[in-house]
Design a protein around this ligand. Structure first.
Ligand code: RFL
Ligand code: PHB
Length: 392
């Protein structure tokens, strides 16, 4: 058994874990990151694409914004499509200048990985059988196996940044945690292709055959999604079937302009809303998808992970600088306030833009709501200020 000791063990090297590690490096808090997957696997995952200004600011505050500034595509508006028409909701004009930036999570993770690689603090990839111990005491520890060798790390705080299926939240005794959740009767089938995006702004479409989304990774790489059945098998969806279905769900003027091409990635994601409360259990704090999941409709998951890290790093710094144990509880309270506001918006936008097996009455109400939010200053402002993200 190899023995180490550090101040903070961070579990998970996704965006939340890496951003926290870099922030703590910069604050002079010693830390170790443990990731169960290989680095190449983590870097190849295709996920989110839209960053709130808050996330851009957080990435810039830790020096992870060089490529983001060069390659990120600012979006000053978002488009809602329904009833065969397209309506723009201006972001900057409705929020005092705040916008969002299209920059893939894959690129964000790469930038964070490169920055972390310069740290003297250790990152262990392919760490197997991670197990959390004694986080209800002032002397927690974490054990794991790697390359046939066993490791034991003593620490003062454990940060669970290991996503929805991770070991951190699962280690909390059932009676200590409250779970709030909702699943939706559909999934998203996503396709990535090296073709120019159909629109310079993201399009969210509510159509008779279901929801569709047009997004991008660059001016030559597009990301599209369509609502699908929750139990659909991605292998049943050929690229041609996907493109046909997408065209059917967009206003004709948009469908006619779509450029198609072979997929470079295609996958199905389930949709759920989920919150675990609190976010602190003794010396264990949870952040990012380990603590909450939003349906991707508002493009909020990655952004919430970064706002959690903003609050968590302040709390951890106060814990070490001022011996302030309560700071960890304040982290939970502060982060959860923003989590719930964001849950509300993601749930609302999902309901507004997707087809459930609802009766005609509900669909008519949604059409009226879409008309309201696109045609009134109050409606546009509500969508815009939520889309660019709540203030920290
Ligand atoms: P991650 O990215 O899941 O990283 C967790 C890491 O922990 C590792 N891990 C473990 N490590 C050690 N031991 C264990 N036992 C472990 N178990 C797991 C995992 O291998 C992984 O490396 O969580 P994190 O860092 O909290 O980041 C959250 C975001 O990834 C997520 O919220 C977003 O991708 C959600 N999301 C979107 N968010 C946005 O803000 N904007 C978007 O446009 C957006 N689009 C999306 C999305 C998610 C999607 N899917 C696939 C669910 C679009 C889609 C389709
Ligand atoms: C994406 O580009 O992957 C994307 C954009 C907007 C969303 C979700 C995903 O709401």
């Amino acid at each position: 058994m190899a023995y180490y000791s550090t101040q903070v063990v961070i579990i998970g090297a996704g965006p939340a874990g890496l951003a926290l590690a870099i922030k703590l490096d910069q604050l002079g808090v010693e830390n170790v990151v443990l990731e169960k997957r290989a680095k190449e696997y983590v870097l190849a995952r295709v996920r989110a694409g839209i960053l709130e200004q808050t996330s851009v600011d957080i990435l810039s505050s830790i020096g992870a914004d060089t490529r983001l500034n060069e390659e990120g595509i600012p979006h000053h508006g978002v488009q809602l499509a329904f009833d065969n028409t397209l309506t723009k909701i201006g972001l900057g004009v409705n929020t005092g200048g705040k916008i969002v930036t299209a920059y893939g999570q894959t690129e964000v993770t790469k930038d964070l990985c490169d920055l972390r690689a310069r740290s003297p603090n250790k990152t262990f990839y392919e760490a197997k059988d991670i197990s959390l111990h004694d986080f209800d005491t002032s002397a927690p520890s974490v054990t794991f196996n790697r390359d046939g060798k066993s490791y034991h790390i003593d620490c003062q705080i454990i940060a669970g940044c290991d996503g929805y299926h991770g070991v951190s939240r699962a280690s909390v005794p059932k009676g200590a945690i409250n779970i709030f959740e909702k699943s939706y009767p559909f999934g998203w089938l996503g396709l990535l292709a090296d073709v120019p995006p159909v629109s310079a702004e993201i399009i969210y479409a509510n159509a008779d055959r279901g929801f569709a989304l047009c997004s991008m990774r660059s001016w030559s790489r597009s990301r599209y999604y369509i609502q699908c059945k929750p139990d659909d098998d991605v292998k049943q969806w050929s690229d041609d079937m996907f493109w046909d279905e997408l065209r059917h769900r967009l206003p004709e003027a948009v469908a006619d302009k779509i450029q198609t091409g072979p997929s470079i990635e295609k996958s199905i994601a389930p949709l759920r809303s989920f919150v675990a409360e609190p976010l602190r259990f003794g010396r264990l704090v949870l952040a990012g998808d380990a603590a909450h999941i939003v349906p991707p409709t508002g493009a909020k998951g990655l952004n919430l992970a970064f706002s959690d890290i903003y609050y968590a790093s302040e709390a951890i710094a106060a814990f070490f600088d001022e011996k302030d144990e309560e700071a960890l509880s304040h982290y939970s309270e502060r982060a959860l306030k923003r989590v719930w506001k964001t849950q509300r918006f993601s749930w609302y936008l999902t309901n507004l833009t997707h087809r459930f097996t609802e009766d005609t009455f509900e669909q008519r109400v949604k059409e009226a709501e879409l008309g309201y939010v696109t045609s009134t200053p109050t409606g546009r402002q509500m969508i815009a200020e939520n889309y660019v993200g709540m203030p920290l």
